[in-house]
Design a protein around this ligand. Structure first.
Ligand SMILES: Cc1ncc(COP(=O)(O)O)c(C=O)c1O
Length: 432
């Protein structure tokens, strides 16, 4: 039993032992991990005031940095007025947010469905695809991660997470495109014809095409694997030709992360675009955007949750989109991302333990391997992560390969802060 945080005498049970569930407990997982009390810019601070440069960017949600006064003011103001009403009572902030989203996503006409988390938004996209096609099967890519609720897990690759799909999950049968990724290569026509053949085989075997193809333009959580844009173009073309709903999961890549506003752009627009994370810059809010004829197949109340487009989250998201439009954070992501990438490439040339530097904008990763450290209890990536924490830097590791180090800092990071990270990384490498 883990050490409880509180040990108090309950009038009901005569005292109890409560602890944080193992699945979410960073403390139980890694006792040395710091606990954060405050944040500003790209830095988090623990209770002793030690600063940590956050190269994980709050799991890629804190794009505009911590402690942004404009967002705090909007939250403070809205909290005084009205935090919550329940999804089925209207509030003006929903409409203000939808108006703003119309300015930043590449749709001419769209209906915007709200949700709370990324996983919920993926579930909604799958529901819409099923409503449109009457079909169940969903096609996803190996190394995909779309969330941890059961429908979202059905289109995510990680075996540890997938074991929780119940046995009757046949309503969402899934297929891995092992043949398509990561060995996509350069031959676009080859990939395109093998993808088409794959769909034919699937249709033959199941008697029907899938309802949807769900794809992350850069596969994030499982290790930062960018899909070449021509694969995305093929997916859109094939989806259109064959009547399969295309879903771009831009929950991680959206709002400037990759050095572009979104990966979706004019000429490359999916049927459904799913956004989350950075939309609230830390408050939970997500959205599914698509043609009204498609999104509105879900009739009133067919999907909702208590907190859908709640006033507080919408007010925060409005402030986020305003800042996003005025600051154009993708431009900094692009230039600082190139700087980080070049520094990592240089480190990789100096240290053969680093390989596979990859990614775009400020969604970057590399792998670290230590052939001589085979007998160590932890992989090199975990030892580096711990050493970096000692040095005041946060990175997150893992995905499909435990050796991966992922870097998705707030998009407001400067070149100077990147240099601080790179010298800490280099120092950690020489000491583990
Ligand atoms: C691409 C992608 N989709 C969906 C999700 C799930 O989002 P959430 O954790 O908000 O449910 C994530 C989370 O990391 C993600 O990276």
């Amino acid at each position: 039993m883990a050490k409880p945080y509180f040990n108090f005498h309950s009038p009901f049970l005569g005292g109890g032992m409560f602890c944080e569930a193992r699945s979410i407990s960073v403390r139980r997982h890694n006792g040395k991990s710091p606990s954060m009390v405050r944040g500003t810019g790209c830095y988090l601070y623990d209770a002793e005031g030690k600063a940590y440069l956050d190269m994980s960017g709050g799991s890629g949600a804190a794009n505009l940095g911590y402690g942004r006064q404009e967002i705090i003011q909007a939250i403070r103001h809205q909290a005084e007025l009205l935090i919550h009403t329940g999804w089925n009572i209207d509030n003006p902030h929903r409409h203000a947010l939808i108006e703003r989203l119309a300015l930043v996503v590449p749709f001419k006409n769209a209906s915007v469905m709200g949700a709370v988390t990324g996983a919920e938004a993926i579930e909604v996209a799958l529901k819409i695809a099923r409503a449109k096609t009457g079909r169940n099967c969903v096609l996803y890519f190996s190394n995909a991660f779309h969330g941890k609720t059961q429908g979202a897990l059905a289109v995510s690759s990680n075996k540890l997470f997938r074991k929780h799909i119940p046995a009757d999950a046949v309503e969402y049968p899934c297929f891995s495109l092992e043949s398509c990724y990561p060995d996509i290569g350069e031959d676009t026509s080859d990939w395109s014809s093998s993808f088409r053949r794959y769909l034919d085989t699937l249709e033959e075997a199941r008697g029907q095409l899938p309802a949807a193809i769900v794809v992350e333009p850069i596969q994030a959580a499982e290790g930062v694997h960018p899909l070449p844009s021509w694969t995305l173009e093929t997916i859109l073309r094939v989806g259109l030709e064959r009547g399969v709903i295309t879903v771009f999961d831009e929950i991680y890549t959206g709002f400037g992360r990759t050095g572009d506003p979104f990966v979706s752009r004019q000429g490359m627009v999916p049927d459904l675009l799913v956004v989350g994370k950075a939309l609230g810059n830390g408050l939970p809010i997500s959205a599914i955007i698509g043609d009204p004829q498609l999104v509105d197949l879900l009739t009133y109340s067919e999907h909702s949750s208590t907190f859908t487009f709640m006033p507080l989250a919408c007010a925060a998201a409005c402030a986020v989109v305003d800042l996003y439009c005025s600051e154009r954070p993708w431009e900094n992501a692009n230039s600082v991302g190139l700087h980080l990438r070049a520094s990592l490439d240089r480190l990789a040339q100096q240290d053969s333990r680093i390989s596979l530097v990859r990614g775009r904008g400020l969604m970057l990763a590399c792998d670290v391997d230590d052939p001589e450290g085979a007998q160590q209890s932890q992989p090199l990536s975990a030892r580096l992560r711990d050493k970096l924490e000692e040095l005041g830097v946060i990175v997150r590791t893992g995905g499909q390969r435990p050796s991966t180090i992922k870097m998705t800092p707030p998009l407001v990071i400067s070149k100077r802060e990147v240099d601080i990270f790179v010298s800490a990384f280099s120092c950690a490498l020489s000491s583990v």
